[in-house]
Design a protein around this ligand. Structure first.
Ligand SMILES: NC(=O)C1=CN([C@@H]2O[C@H](COP(=O)(O)OP(=O)(O)OC[C@H]3O[C@@H](n4cnc5c(N)ncnc54)[C@H](OP(=O)(O)O)[C@@H]3O)[C@@H](O)[C@H]2O)[C@@H](O)CC1
Ligand SMILES: Nc1ncnc2c1ncn2[C@@H]1O[C@H](COP(=O)(O)OP(=O)(O)O)[C@@H](O)[C@H]1O
Ligand SMILES: [K+]
Length: 560
């Protein structure tokens, strides 16, 4: 698990150690130097390599310069641009003693600075770390230089390591107030603990891969709640989050998902949602929908059952238009879908009437189960939803939900610029468990916030969200009794679904999502590979499940 903390909490954790004389900065700089050496070795060797250190006036610049001294001692040619005209004295002196050269920037347009960047093999971005209190981005000469250096560094093909964090991002929220002046990193080497902002968009895009250097302060943070967490493969195995079938299982024990999606005019979403749920390992998928849509769903997925009845989780709304009134008036089938969706939500809330129960094929006394509300089910939501009601909007849908909830100024672009903030805001208003789709998926629930980015930008393709809804439904169904009895956090299970979705997409794109411990590797750029289609992604779901299940024994959960 990667845990992301606020800059404030990391600083507070450092304080007692600094007071006790623990050499945190030396440890940070050494860890940074080791990562830089690995990057240089992968790019032709250390001796003679051109390393450019962009150093600010504070400790972040000092970290970068001390690492530069290690590199210089091993034969790299290290040039430092002191972007504020000066830097922490002891770090400057150490690097100078190893033969490092310096340019104290007085004029932001100094051509020598850009020239250094144009010929760099490796750049260490140590302009600004957690010391930037006001969220303004980089200021002054440093800003001008960063904006100009980006092109030069890109044209040099230099490997960029962000020191602690890319300079100019908000460490805690991931906001990027001045994107033109932020240097995109290939790797962020962060000290002590990941900063929460590194795990959230838009900053995550600038961070590249994240390496946490242990500087000996982990114990200080054990009592501190992280701002965000990220589930990793090892967690799924260790926590037994996925349920492998048991010898004594029959199909009803493996979880049944009920899908209320699509219509005769919009069958695609239903086809993909059903297929995704089935491939994620449930015992049965029931399709709740009109006859014509059902025949198309079954033609594509012959194993799907078109009969109402008991399920362990519902998925409602995928492929249903959001403007209920105009649509339902004109289309009786859609009207029936909306009322089935409302009935399933009522069941989840414990308010189902006999008519609702009959619509779902259930008898009196049917117990509430989890539900995913997607696309067309994401309107006119009640507030204070229980955790087992999962909302899966993209930024546009979340903007509409918040507009309806009395926040008329919230826009799609605003949400894309601050997904963590708006996901929390929406969770505060509606409750439930909110999954906000995007290049990084944010999940805000009663147990905290999760941030998953296991996918690839190839996922930006129509229908990827329908497949996600099906996967979420499947893992909720498999964990239904644990969730409904409060023994499992819904957010953690939804994070698992986002992970399965992302990994499947990477497999479909020909990428390696995880190191498998058997010589497997992680592709450094998840956006290379090849285009995917949603059916291709769905075909890869079993492979993702297999990878997550390997060495993962029975989770002990019982589906009843
Ligand atoms: N504590 C420790 O022992 C450890 C700390 N560690 C390291 O320290 C880092 C934090 O260091 P920090 O606190 O010195 O702050 P830092 O990020 O370098 O920036 C402050 C400087 O930047 C300037 N500045 C501010 N805002 C600005 C702006 N918008 N645009 C431009 N400039 C701006 C400001 O200058 P001024 O405003 O005073 O001119 C000030 O001098 C942390 O990220 C980690 O790398 C590790 O080594 C582990 C041990
Ligand atoms: N750039 C990206 N990188 C990674 N994942 C992405 C990216 N863009 C979209 N996704 C993912 O793809 C899915 C798209 O869902 P959605 O917008 O609902 O599409 P649709 O409605 O066409 O199914 C979401 O899971 C989202 O997180
Ligand atoms: K930095």
């Amino acid at each position: 698990m990667i845990e992301g903390f606020s800059a404030e909490d990391v600083r507070a954790a450092e304080e007692p150690l600094l007071a006790a004389g623990v050499p945190l900065m030396e440890r940070a700089a050494f860890g940074l130097a080791m990562r830089a050496l690995a990057a240089l070795r992968a790019r032709g060797g250390v001796r003679g390599a051109r390393v450019v250190v962009l150093a600010g006036r504070g400790n972040n610049g000092a970290d970068a310069m001390l690492a530069g001294a290690h590199l210089a001692a091993r034969g790299a040619a290290v040039s430092t641009i002191l972007v504020a005209g000066s830097g922490v004295d002891h770090a400057v002196a150490r690097l100078r003693s190893q033969g490092g050269r310096f340019l104290a920037l007085q004029d932001a347009d100094d051509p020598r600075a850009i020239e250094m960047c144009r010929t760099a093999t490796l750049v260490l971005d140590g302009v600004l770390g957690t010391g930037s209190a006001a969220n303004t981005g980089v200021r002054g000469n440093a800003r001008t230089l960063m904006a100009q250096a980006r092109g030069a560094i890109a044209s040099a093909g230099a490997f960029v390591i962000a020191v602690d964090q890319p300079s100019g991002i908000d460490s805690t929220t991931g906001a990027v107030p001045d994107p033109q002046a932020v240097l995109p990193a290939d790797e962020t080497v962060t000290f002590g603990a990941a900063k929460a902002g590194l795990l959230c968009e838009p900053a995550a895009t600038y961070a590249g891969t994240i390496t946490v250097i242990d500087i000996g302060m982990g114990a200080q943070l054990t009592a501190t709640a992280p701002v965000v967490r990220r589930l990793q493969v090892a967690d799924v195995r260790a926590e037994r989050l996925l349920r492998a079938p048991r010898a004594s299982d029959h199909k009803y024990l493996r979880g049944v998902v009920g899908i209320i999606a699509g219509s005769a005019h919009y069958p695609g979403a239903a086809i993909m949602s059903c297929a995704a749920a089935q491939h994620a390992g449930v015992g049965m998928v029931r399709y709740f929908g009109p006859r014509e849509a059902a025949s198309q769903v079954i033609a594509a997925n012959p194993q799907v059952v078109h009969a109402a009845g008991r399920v362990q989780a519902y998925v409602a709304g995928s492929g249903l238009p959001a403007d209920h009134d105009s649509q339902a008036g004109a289309d009786r089938e859609l009207a029936a879908q909306y009322s089935a969706s409302a009935a399933a939500l009522a069941l989840a809330l414990g308010t189902a009437s006999p008519v609702d129960l009959a619509r779902l094929g259930l008898g009196e006394g049917a117990a509430p189960v989890p539900i995913v509300l997607d696309a067309g089910a994401l309107t006119a939501l009640p507030r204070n939803l229980p955790a087992h009601v999962v909302l899966t909007p993209h930024a546009g849908e979340l903007a509409s939900l918040l507009n309806q909830a009395g926040h008329p100024d919230v826009t799609r672009a605003g949400i894309e610029g601050a997904p963590l903030r708006f996901a929390r805001m929406a969770h505060g208003i509606f409750g439930g468990t909110l999954l906000l789709k995007g290049s990084t998926t944010i999940i805000a629930g009663a147990g905290g916030v999760w941030s998953q980015n296991d996918g690839t930008a190839w996922l930006a393709t129509a229908g990827a969200g329908d497949a996600l809804a099906g996967i979420v439904g499947a893992v909720l169904a498999q964990n239904s009794s644990l969730i409904m009895t409060g023994r499992q956090d819904t957010g953690r299970i939804v994070a698992l679904a986002a992970m399965i979705h992302g990994m499947s997409a990477r497999f479909a794109a020909g990428l390696h999502p995880v190191a498998d411990g058997q010589g497997g590797r992680i592709d450094p750029d998840p956006n290379l590979g090849r285009p995917i289609t949603v059916p291709g992604l769905i075909e890869c779901i079993p492979r993702a499940v297999a990878q997550l299940l390997s060495a993962s024994p029975d989770n002990g959960g019982t589906i009843v």
